[in-house]
Write a protein that binds this ligand. Structure first.
Ligand SMILES: Nc1ncnc2c1ncn2[C@@H]1O[C@H](COP(=O)(O)OP(=O)(O)OP(=O)(O)O)[C@@H](O)[C@H]1O
Length: 242
């Protein structure tokens, strides 16, 4: 195995994955640079979620390699991968999955409380993140008392509170109204940049992808490269599937 380039925090080489025999990824390679916001774009079913799951160690590729900071994830045992996810990664789903019995700040603080932080310091950190996402006033509300956009903000604060090295966000604003979407994404990307959190974001929305530093396009489980051909100066880019 040849380790990845030093400036890539995540690196995948020729990743293949099938769901119950049906191919979802067919030889995808990519590098994610430290501190960048990378958007994985592509139509529904193109393999974005599966790639996020392979990069974050939720799924083990059938073939290929996934590395995090020069450590191979694809050869780790399930326990080691779970430890890595808890210690270094954050995850945001399209729909917020909050603990219904806990209020907003308790949901936000949960990852810190589970790793042994004091109640006082976890609450302080949770309140700061909730304020930052403009929902400090709802800190004592339970999930059922919140709007969907407020619940998703809580889910985002819960993913950010541990200052993960890499934050994986799977269509994080897909279930939200357009106006909420833009504001939440701007706050999320600003928070990630100020804390030097690398973000890998799956989306099929060009407006969301526009907030990223770089985009990687998937189509039918393969990476699609945009190239400008030398003899087509001034004309639009074309795409090649490789
Ligand atoms: N759990 C599963 N079982 C069977 N097939 C699956 C499963 N998850 C995904 N697939 C299939 O794998 C392919 C890639 O799906 P994936 O969810 O990774 O794509 P996506 O680009 O994230 O799409 P979406 O935007 O709809 O989530 C699709 O054909 C999908 O139907």
């Amino acid at each position: 195995m040849v380790p990845p380039p030093d400036n890539d925090v995540l690196w995948a080489r020729a990743v293949h994955y099938s769901h119950s025999g049906s191919p979802a990824l067919s030889g995808v390679s990519l590098g994610v640079r430290d501190g960048e916001i990378l958007a994985l774009v592509g139509p529904r079913g193109s393999g974005k979620t599966t790639l996020l799951q392979c990069l974050s160690g939720h799924l083990t590729p059938a073939q290929g390699e996934v590395w995090f900071n020069s450590v191979p994830i694809h050869t780790m045992n399930p326990l080691a991968r779970e430890r890595l996810r808890i210690d270094r990664f954050g995850w945001i789903d399209p729909e917020p999955h909050l603990v219904p019995e806990l209020n907003a700040w308790e949901n936000t603080a949960l990852p810190l409380l589970l790793t042994g932080a004091s109640h006082r310091s976890a609450k302080k950190a949770a309140m700061e993140w909730l304020e930052r996402l403009d929902i400090g006033a709802y800190a004592r509300k339970r999930p059922h008392e919140l709007l969907q956009s407020q619940r998703q903000r809580v889910a985002i604060t819960r993913a950010l509170i541990t200052s993960p090295t890499v934050l994986f966000a799977d269509e994080p604003t897909a279930a939200l109204h357009r106006t909420d979407r833009a504001q939440i994404l701007r706050t999320l990307t600003a928070a990630a940049r100020s804390h030097r959190i690398t973000v890998v974001l799956a989306t099929h929305d060009p407006e969301v992808a526009a907030l990223a530093d770089r985009t990687v396009t998937l189509l039918d489980g393969r990476r699609v490269n945009s190239v400008r051909l030398p003899d087509t100066e001034g004309s639009p880019e074309c795409s090649l599937s490789v």
